[in-house]
Design a protein around this ligand. Structure first.
Ligand SMILES: Nc1ncnc2c1ncn2[C@@H]1O[C@H](COP(=O)(O)OP(=O)(O)OP(=O)(O)O)[C@@H](O)[C@H]1O
Length: 876
């Protein structure tokens, strides 16, 4: 904060508190308002679109900017600031102003930050909201940890290099990130620039990222040591990052870490099928590549869940496909059983449909921000569980049984809430009307007093009307005077002596009597006490329920799993998917495979199914040629998606599939433009290819679409050729590969490489038109049909004709002395419609060919042969 201010005691208090929260907007409680001052006020008034005023002057004579919001309706304002990426520190009066002389004591009670919001309005139901920490650790390892305070999930891992870290970062997609302060201007951050943009980033003191500290914090919070990595070794970076998150939680939650937060779970890059960020985006797993929308993504297609928890869990399954055959089979088994038990599944889905977001309710309960409505929602959801349990009881599959066994209907919690809280409580907690009758004797008594008091006032009004003979006499109530008797001016003559005048209005006078005040005290006292008592009883109930967060979390988790399995069963059943066979072998065999999303999005067009065989032997690299628009990319993606779905544990769009587990899926598809990061399209293409060649293993699945197209044709073909050779020849990197290309020359690789097979996507020519058959067939394509497709796309006739002319020139081998094609040629040459593809490697030596063709070898004498060699040499 830069401004100088007049230092009234209150302002001094403000500045002192603010100095501990320099990067948060401080909500400073003043009576019924939260006030913001100085820079905070300027910033917040803009974001919140509220009036900026000023309060007094600073010592340099400038106004002190000020804005404020009513405390009882602060929630939407806080949400708006947090949505804009700001942190909000809530500073309350922690003493009763009535009992204090001078400045009342104030303290920050909570800091709300984008990664730590819990209110339902600020969160998307089927998305997690993560807070993450990143830290470079020793030997190039990067530590990463993230938690979702709204659900209690907490995990950490080490990543071998920054690229692996970044891939995971995008997958987790945290809203807020903590980094060690040393990264502020230091190395390593530039690679993180892209990932960190548009997220709230906080730099944390270096000392926080210490292993001892992390271990101590974890032990204190969870009464358990930090876990090792899944391979049994000590987590290095992940542990530090987890420690930083716990530290930050303590700082912002003031006084405690949420009870529902679960201990850290450690994981590793290869605990799952690994996908880098580009591949995730290319395969449109959770969002489309063009518009970043959910609709059109694999997740959109697969998601038939009916609860928010199920939606989030499915997203996690899609983001982390499995590599364990046993675990995958457990999921298949469950889906199969749920498909065959259709009636049961329908009933299960109907029961799940009414279950609220137990995970987030649990979070709000444990963080003491749950309303009475939240508790009732919890009760109503839990109350469905006994029926749900009896519905699923006949299911036999192992995973289903384990999941069902972990569901706890929490009868005690249901009973407590049913007895304690009315069926339909108000939203506000302080106005009473929450606690059910019969729950607390004192409360019931107070309610009787209050009711009777009100009845008495009605009686009193009638009595006073009789006594005074003034029929218009009324007993009324307002906040300033409490109860009073109102008499119009015309009737004032008849008022009794014991009436005490309180106020004069234009047309009436207001009076009180000692009797009225006595009753008022009783009623008002009772009502005040009722509100207080109800609030404290509510808090007691909430604390009791919060004591059960572990049980609620386990139940929520199981309900989510049931929802996901039922969703996968509905998907498979509805779209006629098959159960794959899965093993650790190298064979990927798909019969009648379909692209799940293209098939679902274009229902009017029949999707043509295709087969695939890939392995580590004779079908290791499929070289796919075919005209533009034929369906090469769709075909390649469909294979990757089928493998991915199979490893998610889902059935797949095919009539039969056998999937040898993939450790990673790599894709290099299309021209992703990275100009904003200062890299050319070609540079990005090559960088991605380099990373594939470095990390692919024989168990990987690689999709390469038009490698080399970002540069000159000769360079492009050469690079594509060498890449294909490498993927075939380099034993450690010989991944199962789909290689789509427009360079027909590459089909020649199959002659010398036994693992390379040519395929093309069939088209039929008809009257200078092409018809796409969408069928993948063995062999290389002979034509590109680029010009025909360009014409279909509406390129002007003139340009199309000229392109054909140039193509013809090229095909006729018109080259300059330097070997460059003389493509401009002469205009007006007649063009054959069926021009065949130019072979770039056709040598410009027709004379040589013609001479050779003319030789009749059988009739050559040895001397003539020698002469001929001499002549040919000269020709060359
Ligand atoms: N098997 C199929 N059945 C029906 N339609 C398909 C099939 N495969 C692809 N398509 C449709 O054909 C269109 C073109 O497919 P795709 O983009 O895969 O072609 P491509 O050969 O990769 O083209 P290009 O070389 O120009 O990138 C897509 O819009 C898709 O909807």
């Amino acid at each position: 904060m830069t401004q100088q201010t007049e230092h009234t005691p209150m302002m001094r208090q403000y500045l002192e508190i603010k100095s501990s929260y320099p990067d948060a907007i401080l909500f400073f409680r003043l009576g019924d308002f939260y006030e913001m001052f100085l820079d905070d006020a300027v910033k917040a008034s803009k974001i919140l679109d509220i009036t900026l005023t000023s309060r007094g002057k600073s010592s340099d004579g400038r106004d002190v900017p000020l804005c404020g919001i009513p405390f009882h309706s602060a929630a939407p304002y806080i949400a708006k600031l947090v949505e804009a990426g700001e942190k909000v520190a809530i500073c309350e009066q922690v003493e009763d102003p009535k009992s204090v002389k001078g400045i009342v004591k104030r303290e920050v009670v909570k800091v709300v930050t984008p990664g730590l919001v819990v209110d339902a309005e600020s969160l998307k139901p089927n998305e997690n909201n993560y807070l993450a920490a990143i830290v470079p650790a020793k030997s190039g390892i990067w530590g990463f940890a993230c938690l979702d305070i709204s659900t209690g999930e907490f995990k950490a891992a080490d990543f071998p290099d920054i690229n692996a870290l970044i891939s995971e970062f995008y997958c987790v997609n945290p809203r807020e990130v903590l980094l060690p302060a040393s990264l502020k201007d230091g190395d390593g951050l530039s690679a993180l620039d892209g990932p960190l943009s548009e997220r709230t980033v906080s730099f944390i003191d270096e000392w926080v990222f210490e292993l001892d500290y992390a271990q101590r914090l974890h032990q204190t919070v969870f009464a358990a040591p930090l876990p090792p990595a899944p391979d049994g070794k000590e987590m290095s970076g992940g542990a530090l990052a987890a420690g930083a998150l716990l530290h930050y939680l303590r700082e912002t939650q003031i006084g405690g870490v949420a009870a529902h937060l679960r201990p850290v779970v450690s994981y590793m890059v290869n605990s799952h099928l690994v996908l880098d960020d580009m591949s995730r985006r290319n395969l449109e797993l959770t969002a489309t590549i063009q518009e970043g929308k959910r609709k059109g993504s694999l997740l959109w297609l697969m998601d038939k869940t009916v609860t928010a928890m199920g939606g989030r869990k499915l997203k996690q399954w899609v983001n982390y496909p499995l590599v364990s055959v046993d675990k995958i089979k457990e999921r298949y088994e469950s889906i199969e059983e749920l498909i065959t038990s259709q009636l049961l599944r329908d009933e299960l889905v109907a029961l799940l449909d009414g279950v609220a977001d137990l995970e987030r309710l649990n979070g709000r309960i444990s963080l003491a921000s749950a309303s009475a409505k939240d508790l009732v929602a919890l009760k109503e959801s839990l109350a469905r569980l006994p029926k749900l349990l009896s519905c699923v009881q006949p299911l036999q599959a192992l995973l289903l049984q384990d999941t069902i066994a972990a569901i706890d209907p929490l009868h005690d919690v249901v009973e407590l809430i049913s007895q304690g809280i009315v069926e339909n409580p108000p939203f506000l907690l302080r106005d009473g009307g929450i606690i059910a009758t019969g729950f607390n004797a004192e409360l019931d008594e107070l309610r009787v007093i209050s009711r009777e008091g009100k009845g008495f006032i009605a009686q009193l009004e009638a009595r006073e009307k009789g006594r005074t003979g003034i029929s218009s006499l009324k007993i009324r109530y307002n906040k300033v005077f409490g109860y009073y008797i109102e008499i119009t001016k015309a009737n004032l003559a008849g008022i009794p002596d014991d009436y005490i005048r309180k106020q004069t209005l234009v047309n009436a006078e207001r009076f009180i009597t000692p009797e009225l005040k006595e009753y008022e005290e009783k009623v008002m006292g009772a009502e005040e006490r009722i509100a207080e008592l109800e609030y404290s009883l509510f808090q007691e109930i909430r604390v009791q329920v919060a004591g059960q967060t572990g049980r609620i979390a386990r139940t929520a988790e199981s309900v989510a799993t049931l929802d996901v399995l039922a969703s996968l069963a509905s998907l498979a059943h509805g779209l006629n998917y098959c159960r794959p066979e899965i093993d650790t072998g190298d064979l990927i065999e798909i019969i009648d495979g379909r692209h799940p999303v293209v098939e679902a999005m274009h229902v009017s067009e029949r999707f043509v199914p295709n087969d695939t065989v890939l392995d580590n032997n004779e079908n290791q690299l499929l070289m796919i040629t075919g005209p533009n628009m034929a369906g090469k990319s769709t075909y390649m993606r469909q294979v990757a998606l089928i493998v991915l779905m199979a490893q998610i544990g889902s059935f797949v769009p095919a009539s039969k599939a056998r999937i040898g587990i993939a450790d990673r899926i790599f894709t290099r598809i299309g021209a992703s433009d990275n100009l904003s990061k200062g890299q050319s399209t070609f540079m990005v293409e090559m960088a991605e290819t380099a990373s594939i060649l470095q990390y692919a293993t024989p168990s990987s699945l690689v999709l390469l679409d038009e490698i080399g197209r970002g540069t000159s044709t000769f360079d492009g073909v050469s690079i594509a050729w060498a890449v294909a050779e490498f993927l075939h020849d380099a034993r450690d990197h010989a991944a199962r590969t789909l290689f789509a290309t427009h360079y027909h020359e590459l089909t020649e690789l199959s002659v010398t490489r036994k693992g390379i097979k040519n395929f093309n996507i069939a088209v039929r020519e008809w009257n200078d038109q092409i018809i796409f058959l969408r069928q993948i067939v063995p062999g290389g394509a002979s034509h590109s049909y680029g010009i025909q497709v360009a014409r279909l796309a509406g390129l002007p006739q003139e340009v199309v004709l000229r392109a054909r002319e140039i193509l013809k020139n090229l095909e006729h081998g018109e080259f300059t002395e330097g070997g460059e094609p003389r493509i401009s040629g002469k205009k007006g040459r007649r063009i054959d419609v069926d021009s065949s593809q130019l072979s770039l490697f056709t040598p410009p030596d027709d004379d040589l060919r013609n001479r050779l063709k003319s030789v009749e070898v059988a009739r050559l004498t040895p001397l003539e042969a020698l002469n001929l060699i001499d002549e040919l040499q000269r020709l060359v």
